[in-house]
Design a protein around this ligand. Structure first.
Ligand code: K7E
Ligand code: CUA
Length: 619
């Protein structure tokens, strides 16, 4: 500790000497601090919410510093937060111990972030989760979603948080649980697009309806806004409907399809109950029988990202195997469906005439994946193969640009790794905050200290406030960000403590007099316990071997950051209770003996003294 303090004192004045204010000054080549430098005692301008990929979590960082501030456990236990130990968090996680989080989506009101919730998907176990941004805690996990397999194309939030829209990456025989040989993929397998209904007051999610699709692998999506409000868009990378060696067999056709889904129409079909089947309890819409719910639009080969511009008029889709980003005009799309300007149909779903809806193909470079927008008429596309970001102009384009689409490209910057997603704060809203771009990179390239065969992921910060993009800095991330959302800090308004008067846990206790150990059944003991600096009440819990012991632990502190832990030696238990909260933990006291319990979260000078004993008497 001491040496760290000295180091700080030594380094601090040097760091401050070079600080040239907050303007973007690059990597400090002029001797100034990088633009991402947030001086001691000051705070970042934005929250950055990274998806944690197969860690199952969300990581919160500050922008522009890129420093990680917090982990929000969602699908995976996290003893540092006591997540996965309390009754509530265990119940939420269900039987699963991990998730695969790809696309966080912030709640919106009138097309801009309202700072209420963050939604995330679990690609692996077909779930979605809601995090409250009042306390940065997971509040609900919904799923596995019926009929859904491989929930990758989510969670995309509509402009007023009416729905989370969710599409399946994998197709299976429906209803889920049905067996059919994989060789009969084309005939017997189906994909699904789900509308997950969100309660506007509570944020509570439930599956509203589903649309059956051919067994294409749905990839990425986004929701419409403005003129395209009411719609959602997904790409698919396997319109070949291959079921093996996808690397080759799903890369045959020069064009795949994007699906344009009218969720307002789907909602109407369900409201009017237009002769719907139910599958696993959910209304299932067959788009061949319900006109206007879904259209296919040809798109460049094996596409990945599809993103709606801030105006909602331009939809940009990128084909991994074609060095272009295709821009569709939603206005022309509407005209095309009105005029039935179709180039055919597939399983009863109209395929819109490509030439009627495409505005242009922008030659962005090799391996385009995802596109973000700055709100100033510019788009930024990540290039996985080229390890670059290309900046290009959204339409309207002048005549010369239309004749030579390379004129739409205005800048390109190298990143030091293969880039996946990228994020600009507010890019999926109608008003992006376009100063920064964060590149989320894959595949280490020997930069940084070697930590063995498993290398960390990185993020790089790019200043996009000027004409030309400027690389500012990089930082490591935990495994493994796919997408992220970023929002100005003042949009989020977190609480400091759980207020005593709002605690509605039926077993909360606030006075040591009302605590105690009570036998509540032949093999059952209930403990009402209080934690405060630096004592548990009671600090001795006596039970019989084999008892099921339920602890209701209230942290009665009302002081910010006064967290108490609850670890029981050898009982695989670590509760963490923030101030004002009550949590319930259950163990089975199957081992006789004396087992100390102690506060695991450093809380006070006498934190070490905050302990007690669980006495388990032999039967
Ligand atoms: Cu491109 Cu799952 Cu959004 Cu990874 S996905 S990068
Ligand atoms: Cu309470 Cu440490």
């Amino acid at each position: 500790m001491r040496s760290l303090t000295y180091l700080f004192l030594l380094v601090l004045p040097l760091g401050l000497l070079g600080c040239g204010g907050s303007s973007a000054s690059g990597d400090g080549a002029d001797g100034g601090a990088p633009a991402s430098y947030v001086p001691l005692g000051e705070k970042d301008d934005y929250y950055l919410f990274y998806s944690g990929g197969h860690s199952g979590q969300v990581f919160v960082a500050g922008l522009p510093s890129l420093r990680e501030i917090q982990e929000i456990p969602v699908f995976t236990p996290s003893p540092g937060h006591g997540y996965g130990f309390s009754k509530k968090s265990k119940k939420m996680m269900g039987e699963y111990r991990w998730g695969d989080v790809h696309h966080p989506g912030l709640s919106k009101t009138d097309g801009t972030y309202d700072g209420r919730w963050l939604f995330v998907n679990d690609n692996a176990n077909n779930r979605v989760a809601r995090i409250s941004l009042r306390d940065f805690k997971t509040k609900q996990i919904l799923g596995p979603i019926p009929n859904s397999m491989g929930n990758h194309g989510s969670s995309f939030v509509t402009p007023n948080t009416e729905y989370l829209l969710v599409a399946t990456r994998f197709s299976v025989p429906l209803p889920k649980g049905t067996h059919a040989p994989v060789e009969t993929y084309e005939e017997n397998f189906n994909g699904i697009v789900s509308g997950v209904d969100i309660d506007p007051e509570t944020g509570e999610m439930e599956v509203g309806w589903q649309v059956k699709t051919p067994p294409f692998n749905w990839d990425l999506g986004s929701t419409g806004k403005g003129p395209s409000d009411g719609w959602a868009f997904w790409t698919s990378y396997n319109t070949e409907m291959a079921h093996d060696s996808l690397e080759i067999n799903a890369s045959q056709r020069d064009r795949d399809y994007a699906a344009f889904v009218n969720w307002e129409r789907a909602e109407k079909v369900v409201e009017n109950n237009e002769g719907l089947n139910r599958r696993n309890g959910v209304p299932l819409i067959d788009p061949a029988e319900h006109e206007g719910v879904m259209y296919f639009v040809p798109v460049s080969k094996s596409p990945h990202g599809i993103d709606a511009s801030p105006s909602g008029r331009w939809i940009a889709a990128s084909g991994k195997l074609q060095p272009t980003t295709t821009v569709f005009d939603f206005k022309q799309f509407k005209t095309a469906i009105e005029n039935e300007d179709f180039q055919g149909e597939f399983r009863g779903v109209p395929v819109v005439n490509y030439d009627a809806v495409v505005e242009g193909e922008v030659p962005v470079g090799q391996g385009p994946l995802h596109t973000q927008f700055d709100g100033e008429g510019n788009a930024y596309t990540s290039l996985f193969i080229e390890s670059s970001v290309t900046k290009w102009k959204l339409p309207p384009w002048d005549k010369e640009t239309k004749e030579d689409m390379s004129k739409a490209v205005t800048d390109k910057i190298s990143v030091h790794y293969n880039i996946g997603h990228l994020v600009i704060p507010g890019s999926d809203t109608k008003e992006p905050y376009g100063n920064w771009l964060v590149a989320m990179n894959k595949l280490q390239k020997g930069r940084g200290l070697n930590v063995g065969p498993e290398k960390p992921e990185t993020s790089q910060l790019i200043d996009i406030s000027g004409e030309e993009m400027e690389m500012i800095e990089e930082d490591y991330t935990r495994p493994e960000p796919h997408f992220a959302q970023a929002v100005p800090a003042d949009v989020i308004n977190p609480i400091e403590v759980y207020k005593k008067e709002n605690n509605d846990h039926p077993d909360a206790r606030w006075d040591p007099e009302n605590t105690g150990v009570e036998r509540t059944g032949p093999d059952e003991v209930t403990v009402h316990m209080i934690a405060k600096r630096s004592q548990y009440y009671p600090d001795k819990v006596e039970v019989q071997q084999g008892d099921k012991v339920t602890f209701h632990l209230t942290n009665i502190e009302q002081v910010s950051d006064m967290i108490h832990g609850f670890g029981i030696a050898q009982y695989n238990m670590n509760g963490v209770v923030p101030p004002g909260d009550t949590q319930t933990f259950t163990i089975t006291a199957d081992e006789a003996g004396v087992y100390p319990f102690y506060c695991t979260n450093f809380c006070s000078a006498l934190h070490q003294e905050m302990q007690g004993y669980l006495e388990v008497k032999p039967r």
